[in-house]
Design a binder for this molecule. Sequence first.
Ligand SMILES: [Cu+2]
Length: 460
Amino acid sequence: MKRRDFFGGAALTAVAAASVSKVALAAVPEAPSADTAATAAPLVPTSGRPYDPVVTLNGWTLPWRMNSGVKEFHLVAEPVEREFAPGMTARLWGYNGQSPGPTIEVVEGDRVRIFVTNRLPEHTAVHWHGQRLPNGMDGVGGITQPQIPPGKTFVYEFEARRPGTFMYHPHADEMVQMAMGMMGMWITHPKARHPLIDRVDRDFCFLLAGYDIDPGSAVPRVNTMLDFNLWTFNSRVFPAIDSLNVRKGDKVRIRVGNLTMTNHPIHVHGHEFTVTGTDGGPVPKGARWPEVTVDVAVGQMRQMEFVADEEGDWALHCHKSHHTMNAMGHGVPTMIGVDHRGLVKKLQKIVPEYMVMGERGMADMGEMEMALPDNTLPMMTGRGPFGAAEMGGMFTLLKVRRDQKPGDYRDPGWYRHPQGTVAREWTGALPAPARSTAPAAKEQSAPLDVRKPSGHGGHH
Ligand SMILES: [Cu+2]
């Protein structure tokens, strides 16, 4: 597929110009394709109703064309290669060159026509999660429409009736197709000022996706139900998930959807937020409360909003600790406190590069340079200005800077902490440890009078 530079807006203008000819109007719109996992700049609308575009973390928005007042998109379901992080590329199924597929952005009241071409080896169908639409446009293969056979193009058409945060995914061979990465975000912007939808300075979105990819391989095991080993924001893992870069004082919205097989408590450091919307629509103001973690259950979308008024590099991550590490973190025996010393010399005679792991906890593994199979990421990785970050998976940073320019989404680098504001080693005197002199609880209480049930023939 041809690489098209649609990020600058120039290609988009060309699409609009091409649509003037009658031949082009009759034809299916072209399907732009992305060949990187880079975060694209927001796609400022050049046709249709105006709106404030979102930024898809390590993703992009699908350009469209207007055709007699209808917004036309073209999705191509196809095998893709997705770089999870430098050093590890997965062979997935996705849309338009990437997994997740591109974000679709429309405006409340838009008439939307979506062409879906199937280049997979099996049939598919696309469900528009959360939309109000005619039943026959709901995309449940076999129930509301025939499956889209390989090589065929189907067309969906409906009005985007409610503003909010939605997603799309197959409703055909779902277990396989979602495990292979088929999913995308859908944002419907309000058509005018909305009492429950505030304008924000930065609006980010991403999907939670889980994969089970054996170390050394590239294709997910599609039958896994629980034991996934790669937890991703938009099919990227730390340290390769882009940071969310904002200007101090910005009002920020983060929209998250979950298409994994478990829930993810998404936690933001340094700020409290409110959940302003779900895939059910905007949350009434009286029903909002402050949080620093929101659980995003399977099949749910959550919109968090806050004012980024604290400068720094703030962690933003799933709070399940197994979800902030990469493959190989599971099923390893706990070796804390086990003295390997005698054993290591013997083992090194047979395996000269044998190393002790986990004797003092597993933090050593964040520092170690272990030989790994090809196409495999370290379990705990990434470096910050103070050393190893010992993370992986669903972890990134919210970078708040006073001097970040409006509209500039570039990574400002590491935060420069003001003098005296970083936790540091205490080098003064330490008091001798004081032991409690209170009697132990056991000595205080009366001995327990244990009565065993009688009459059942047990030996007492
Ligand atoms: Cu999680």
